[in-house]
Design a protein around this ligand. Sequence first.
Ligand SMILES: NC(=O)c1ccc[n+]([C@@H]2O[C@H](COP(=O)([O-])OP(=O)(O)OC[C@H]3O[C@@H](n4cnc5c(N)ncnc54)[C@H](OP(=O)(O)O)[C@@H]3O)[C@@H](O)[C@H]2O)c1
Length: 371
Amino acid sequence: MRQGARTDIGPPPPFITSEPRLGFGAWAVGGRSWGATGDAAERESTIRLAFERGITFFDTAPTYGEGESERLLGRALRAHRERVAIATKVGPRDDPRPSLEASLRRLATDYVDLIQLHEALERWEWSLEQLLKLQEQGKALAIGLCNATHLQIARATELAPLVSYQGPYNVFDRDVEQRELPLTRERGLAFLAYRPLASGLLAGSHARPPEFPEDDHRRKLYWFKGSEFERRRLVIERLRPLAEGLDTTLPGLALGWLLSRPGVTVVLAGARSREQVDENLAAPRHLAPATVAAIDEIVADVFRPVVATEQARRQAATWGERERFIVDRLDGRTAYEAVAAEWTDRGGKPMIAAQIKVFVDQLAERGLVRG
Ligand SMILES: NC(=O)c1ccc[n+]([C@@H]2O[C@H](COP(=O)([O-])OP(=O)(O)OC[C@H]3O[C@@H](n4cnc5c(N)ncnc54)[C@H](OP(=O)(O)O)[C@@H]3O)[C@@H](O)[C@H]2O)c1
């Protein structure tokens, strides 16, 4: 344990409740990186509505709308500051002190409830130590981490009184189930699920791969194109009748599924409009175990792992270490999330299931896998 490390984290902050709940993801209301956006007053009123409807956890970052998301939150929530928890972030390559001070100015507050390191890159341990200093000065009430491996999360708990981990989680993107969620549960950390609607795909409005405008970050997301889009679309079509049977919408079903997963503390649903806030808040708070199982079965049925052919195994002998590692484990049974986690266990550059899916699609084009 490093000198000065604090293990006495005391009682959990009030935003960590035993029952999972919806929080507000304030990226899209920031007004950039999401294509065309409504005017600022409309976006501010989306945040106000979320608060009026009972949401008390708001997640933002200095990069969302280049500060605009924080400014809007500051304006919309100023009068209710003591009744809400505001979580912001510090970029992995930014100096934490000036970054948080600028966030506080934009948020029109003198503290945040949670300051999170946005990504655990090269000097992440140093960044975390700086966040601890900011916490000791009362500028942040608690410290969290985003986008890290389970090895980094475990190490982080030795460096700072970490209270939360934020990672991507939805019916399709399930890497966190392998290591991070079990770890956060074991260590009593809050788990904040981001991209619960797969960046809007789970609204089910795309029959074909969408053409996003230049300034929409979703242009680059692999699940809005090619084979992955087609697999996800198939799943969505099968989920639709399930949602209708429960008298909810597809986003409702997707959010309800997350709220029913063990270990999830806050589901950060992004919303660009008042209608989306309303719809998301109507999500069932808890799905019956049989419904959760039915959803999981639909997903597993479409996302069956493939088997590498003998030819693939022979060819892989001359490929890179990571490719050989994957091909060795393409046995038609092992989930890609489990393969990626096993690779990540070794330390070094981590892997996620998405990388395996993209690689397997390339193998499929060359006839090197079956199933
Ligand atoms: N720590 C990180 O690295 C990280 C990364 C990503 C996100 N996050 C956090 O997590 C939050 C949520 O993630 P996200 O915003 O990227 O993705 P998301 O919540 O999966 O998707 C949000 C988008 O889905 C669409 N949508 C939402 N509700 C809808 C509804 N009821 N009906 C139809 N469409 C609906 C909207 O986009 P359209 O209307 O344009 O389709 C909305 O902007 C973010 O706001 C941010 O706070 C953190």
